[in-house]
Design a protein around this ligand. Structure first.
Ligand code: PMP
Length: 447
């Protein structure tokens, strides 16, 4: 191939042909790339050193901004001590330290932690734990999963089956038996609500209907994000999650809350479970666990579920036949503990409920007068501005996303919804910078 490299990495010429980017229109990208060369604090920098404000916390994950020295140092210090050790049949000390630290901030009763390397692995692990629980209780017929329309639980076959974003499923089918609760978005009643929507709690009753329809003896778990993220940033109607919890309890169905986005302070409490006062049987994490510095995920399992699986395990044998080579990788453990230290020292896990979280809400709602805005949603450090679709769904969102990049602003386009989820360390003036740049981007795009 006769390639003419015009881009460089560390002074070496690169082509854009060989890295097939995930969830990216690659042909479009190669023609007009958005390249990132470095990052510091709240900003990314392009190869020509243009700053780009990170209003999406990368992929809802860079909770500490970029390049925090404490985290880099913790990883560097761990490397010569213990670079890697298996955790199949062995245990390395730093993983137990991390599990202790996590159990101290997780909702009460979720005291048993499995480590993974990503949110997708966490979701698949959570579903397998639910299966193992029912199997241990002699109810192996419970295999159906109930997710939600617009739900996103990663790209493993379990998470994809529970997920409810149509476009992500079409090319692949779905493998686990699953059904989905209706979308709770009621724009005619709830548009432009700040915080949790007032209307829609009654939609939770559909869960009882679905469980009855499938027969409770076939249903393993309900899998939902407390706040739908990748599906478009939809907050749960007031009381909705609590009602799901009650219905699960009545039917012996486990409740899995996917806190991959909402965990680690996104909403103003360490976890959404605490913010919304709903304790799941299984809780998935990733992203903020290491603030994206090293890949890591985790699954917290309720004592009741853990104890059941452990009690029925074969004498002297493995109780849960599941795990990954890199489960609890020591470098990721070191990064995670260093993140927890910073979260605690700087009170970051509750910062979203303070003045900067409010300022983000004010900034988002100040954009209401922009053309074609049909809804604005906000809670803590997450928010969205939804635009009326243009000639083709998603095209307007993509145009605004590109214009934001040109303005020096990183946001996420979810169809025609622009989502923001900044690092927890964002300051007031950066909230203002976001609002200004976003306004300019939208005005240029829709001029
Ligand atoms: N669950 C949720 C709620 C997510 O938002 C994501 C990722 N955005 C995942 C699971 C999958 O995580 P990962 O991309 O790390 O596999």
């Amino acid at each position: 191939m006769n390639e003419q490299p015009t881009y460089f990495s560390r002074n070496r010429p690169i082509s854009l042909e060989h890295h097939w980017l995930p969830f990216t229109p690659n042909r479009d990208f190669r023609a007009d790339p958005r390249l990132i060369a470095r990052a510091e604090g709240m900003y990314y920098y392009t190869p020509d050193d243009r700053p780009v404000l990170d209003m999406s916390g990368a992929l809802w994950c860079s909770h500490l901004g970029h390049g925090r020295k404490e985290i880099g140092q913790a990883i560097a210090e761990q490397f010569p001590v213990l670079d890697y050790a298996p955790s199949f049949g062995f245990g390395h000390t730093i993983s137990f330290e991390l599990a202790d630290r996590l159990s101290a901030i997780l909702p009460d009763g979720l005291g048993h932690i499995l480590f993974t390397n990503s949110g997708s692995e966490s979701c698949d692990t959570a579903i397998k734990v639910a299966y193992a629980y029912h199997h241990a209780r002699g109810q192996s017929g419970r295999k159906k999963i109930i997710g939600r329309q617009k739900g996103y639980h990663g790209v493993g076959f379990g998470g994809l089956s529970a997920g409810g974003i149509t476009a992500n499923r079409t090319a692949f089918g779905s493998w686990l038996p699953a059904d989905h609760l209706r979308h709770t978005h009621l724009p005619e009643k709830n548009a432009f609500t700040r915080g949790l929507p007032e209307h829609g709690v009654e939609l939770a009753e559909e869960l009882a209907e679905l469980i009855a329809f499938h027969d409770a003896s076939t249903v393993a778990a309900v899998v939902v994000e407390p706040v739908i993220g990748a599906g478009g940033v939809y907050l749960p109607p007031k009381g909705y999650l609590k009602r799901l919890r009650e219905i699960c309890d009545q039917a012996g169905v486990l409740l899995i809350l996917d806190e991959v986005i909402t965990g680690f302070g996104r909403l103003g409490s360490p976890f959404a479970s605490q913010e919304f006062d709903v304790t799941p049987d299984i809780l998935t994490m990733a992203k903020g666990l290491t603030a994206a510095t090293v890949p890591m995920g985790a699954v917290a399992v309720a004592d009741s579920v853990h104890d059941e699986i452990m009690a029925r395990g074969p004498e002297g044998g493995v109780e849960l036949l599941h795990g990954y080579t890199y489960s609890a990788h020591p470098l990721a453990c070191a990064a995670s503990i260093a993140c927890l230290d910073v979260y605690e020292r700087e009170n970051l896990l509750t910062r979203a409920s303070g003045p900067v979280g409010d300022a983000l809400g004010d900034a988002l709602f100040s954009l209401r007068d922009l053309p074609e805005v049909v809804d604005i949603r906000h809670y803590g450090f997450i928010g969205a501005v939804e635009f009326r679709p243009g000639e083709k769904p998603g095209k307007r969102g993509q145009a605004i996303f590109k214009a934001c990049w040109k303005e020096g602003l990183m946001v996420r386009a979810l169809g025609d919804i622009i989502a923001v989820s900044p690092p927890l360390v964002i300051e007031q003036d950066q909230v203002g910078e976001f609002a200004e740049k976003f306004r300019r981007a939208v005005e240029t795009t829709l001029a």
